[in-house]
Design a protein around this ligand. Structure first.
Ligand SMILES: Nc1ncnc2c1ncn2[C@@H]1O[C@H](COP(=O)(O)OP(=O)(O)OP(=O)(O)O)[C@@H](O)[C@H]1O
Ligand SMILES: [Mg+2]
Length: 379
């Protein structure tokens, strides 16, 4: 995937930006507050139809203006051009693909494939497990859209099961005798187990495949003979042997009945699982990793997802690296840049002149950003 041209209108501090980009590594440089992250945010917005940092759509509309627009000309890896346009106005999103309105956002998300890293992305490692599950699920749905109904079934079964638990146990530890409710609970449990088992198996499979790319990528970021990090799908349900997963899941739920009579919600299943980053086969990177190591891990993870997309969907996502190099030592920076060279298109923003000098020889273009104005300085 490649972004050939980007036009922004009243998107954050970009009043009017119209800029063309070559493939390869693209550097955005400029002082703090210039609008570098804003530009990457706009590309990300068009990709995921939401911001990586704004809580609400209206935050990205330039102060005092009625709407923001992001327009892109793209080229997929098969050389097919397409155009995407997003307008944010009055809390509404209007999306067009090749000139036609898109109303089902699900059809649009993933069309402009991108992976991103920004400093807050460390939360992917250190934050709530929900973030990691979301990334896995997003990726799974992109690779296997046929799983969408399974997720739907799982969420609906989970919701109904939790409601039923609250009816059976009106207060913690209390129990209402009602055979109708007991039957309903058994039915929802069965649906939960059926869909949940599929999700856990798919996620575990995905983590295995991503790890196949991630571990060597991490290794090439770390110093020779340095630490190793691998990915592991962490579930409270035993996920082997394959044909026993449903039985294990059902057993775990049965064993949790006492606990669930107090808590009144479902305590076991894919909605509680996690993705672990394991240092040297034994330790949780979140607890023992340095800042630079954790950054490297998140970057290797994003690179691994790019590689997976390239192999499975014949599409190398645009990589958006917002201020990704800071806090990495020079050797790690150089190794990261080397990995970036093999990707279709990579945007790297940096406010550091020294960093820019390091990247520039490898870059196909350097742009300066100042007060929302973008200017080509080398390329
Ligand atoms: N809705 C908005 N309308 C107008 N300006 C905005 C809006 N939202 C943010 N800004 C401005 O955008 C600027 C921040 O831009 P951005 O985050 O892209 O900076 P940056 O170039 O990435 O800087 P840094 O090097 O510090 O990361 C700030 O000056 C901020 O006031
Ligand atoms: Mg920034």
């Amino acid at each position: 995937m490649r972004l050939e041209r980007l036009r922004l209108k009243d998107f954050r501090n970009h009043e009017q930006t119209d800029v063309s980009f070559p493939p390869g590594i693209i550097v955005l440089t400029g002082p703090n507050g210039a609008g570098k992250s804003n530009l990457l945010e706009a590309i990300h917005y068009l990709s995921y139809l939401r911001s990586f940092r704004a809580g609400q759509d209206r935050e990205v509309v330039r102060f005092g203006t009625p709407f923001a627009a992001v327009e892109a000309k793209l080229l997929d890896d098969a050389g097919r051009p397409f155009e995407a346009r997003l307008v944010l106005k009055g809390g509404q999103r209007y999306v067009r693909l090749n000139g036609s309105d898109v109303t089902k956002f699900q059809d649009f998300i993933g069309r402009l494939a991108s992976q991103f890293f920004y400093p807050g992305e460390l939360a992917l490692l250190t934050g709530d497990p929900g973030l990691r599950r979301e990334v896995l699920d997003l990726e799974l749905l992109r690779l296997k859209p046929a799983l969408a109904p399974v997720y739907k079934q799982y969420h609906s079964a989970l919701l109904q099961r939790n409601k039923t638990l609250k009816l059976i146990h009106p207060a913690p530890g209390q129990r209402r005798r009602d055979s109708g409710l007991d039957k309903a609970l058994a039915a929802f449990t069965q649906q939960l187990v059926s869909a949940g088992t599929q999700i856990m198996r798919e996620r575990r499979g995905l983590v295995g495949v991503v790890d196949g790319h991630f571990s060597p990528l991490y290794e090439s970021l770390a110093p020779p003979g340095g630490e190793k990090v691998s990915l592991r799908y962490l579930s409270s349900v035993e996920l082997s042997p394959d044909d026993q997963v449903a039985a294990h899941y059902a057993q775990r739920l049965a064993a949790a009945a006492d606990k669930e009579s107090t808590l009144r919600y479902t305590t076991v299943g894919p909605h509680r699982d996690d993705l672990g980053f394991i240092l040297n086969d034994s330790y949780d990177l979140r607890r023992y990793g340095s800042q630079g190591q954790m950054r490297s891990a998140v970057l290797a993870f994003r690179l691994a997802l790019c590689e997976l997309s390239r192999l499975r969907l014949s599409d190398d996502p645009i990589l958006l690296l917002d201020d990704a190099l800071s806090e990495m030592d020079d050797e790690r920076k150089k190794r990261l840049l080397k990995l970036c060279r093999s990707r279709s298109q990579v945007f790297i923003s940096s406010a550091s002149q020294r960093e820019v000098e390091l990247i520039a020889p490898l870059a196909s273009a350097v742009y300066s950003v100042e007060q929302g104005q973008v200017r080509l300085v080398k390329g």
